[in-house]
Write a protein of this length. Structure first.
Length: 295
């Protein structure tokens, strides 16, 4: 028996390395073009962010990208002279309030849509999804008239209600899909043991939909935090403005823009959603698979 056959018998599971097929000139050109396109897209996204970071710590900040002369004076001025803390507080009140209300109603509503059968249920779910298709600019005037007639215009409470109403359809669908993936037999076992439906929801369903709940909370918070049109239309008092409106007026009302303070404000504006994303990112992948397998 030859040495090659002997080695094959001694180590039959030895991995076989397959040689790569050489690329044709056309394939090489395509690969190079793809790499160039990816690099261009990456630079297109990173250059504005790099300018934002550099200008916020540049003593002579301007609208052009340049290596900064390091200083923290813009951040000091931001928290001592500008109304940043008030704007930031208003943004947190709006985003946290809208997120809490959306999660509360979305969780209960998603459970009801998943577990209960009632007339026109499918039509109701269709219209919920249809709301997401309508652009916000098409509904802002009717929303404004409703809020004015209810006497809730120019108030943070009214704005929180409007933001929650806009965010609720997506949360309803997310939570319904999450509850659909939980076998009803788990709840029935709790009912047999003498538990109520609410207790079964609290001890069985609520922990299992935790990943989806975290993802839904992140999407709701970012939607309310980054909204610009709704507070611009519904709020008239400057002391109620969120940080997004403050940034807009800081950029548009003055002939000479303080780029250092403006970019420092933008950096602070990115902190809450970034922190929230870092806290719930492990739930995003779990939430994306929550409805993939049932039972």
């Amino acid at each position: 028996m030859s040495d090659t056959a002997t080695r094959a018998l001694v180590a039959p599971n030895h991995p076989v390395r397959l040689s790569k097929r050489p690329l044709t000139p056309a394939a090489r050109i395509n690969r190079v073009l793809i790499y160039v396109l990816v690099v261009i897209m990456g630079l297109f996204c990173l250059i504005p962010f790099a300018w934002l970071v550099f200008a916020s710590v540049d003593e002579n900040a301007s609208s052009t990208l340049a290596w900064p002369e390091f200083t923290l004076q813009h951040y000091v001025e931001l928290f001592t002279e500008a109304q940043t803390l008030q704007l930031l507080g208003n943004s947190l009140i709006i985003a946290v309030g809208a997120t809490a209300l959306t999660i509360l109603l979305g969780t209960l509503g998603g459970y009801a849509l998943s577990r209960f059968r009632f007339p026109f249920r499918r039509s109701f779910m269709f219209f919920i999804l249809l709301i997401r298709v309508v652009p916000p600019t098409a509904t802002i005037v009717p929303l404004y008239l409703i809020v004015v007639n209810l006497g809730l215009n120019d108030s943070l409470f009214g704005l929180v209600l409007v933001e929650a109403a806009a965010l609720l359809p997506l949360t309803l669908w997310q939570m319904k899909i999450a509850v659909d993936s939980i076998p009803i037999e788990l709840e029935e076992a709790a009912w047999v043991d003498g538990g109520t439906r609410f207790r079964a929801f609290r001890i069985i369903v609520f922990p299992l939909v935790g990943p989806t709940l975290g993802a839904a909370a992140m999407f709701a918070f970012m939607g309310a935090w980054g909204d610009f049109l709704t507070p611009l239309v519904l709020l008239q008092s400057p002391e109620l403005y969120p940080l997004s409106i403050g940034l807009f007026y800081a950029f548009s009302e003055f002939n000479q823009v303080n780029w250092g303070v403006l970019t420092a404000t933008a950096m602070i504006y990115m902190v809450p959603p970034t922190v929230l994303y870092l806290l719930v990112r492990k739930y995003l992948f779990k939430a994306s698979l929550s409805g993939a397998v049932k039972g």
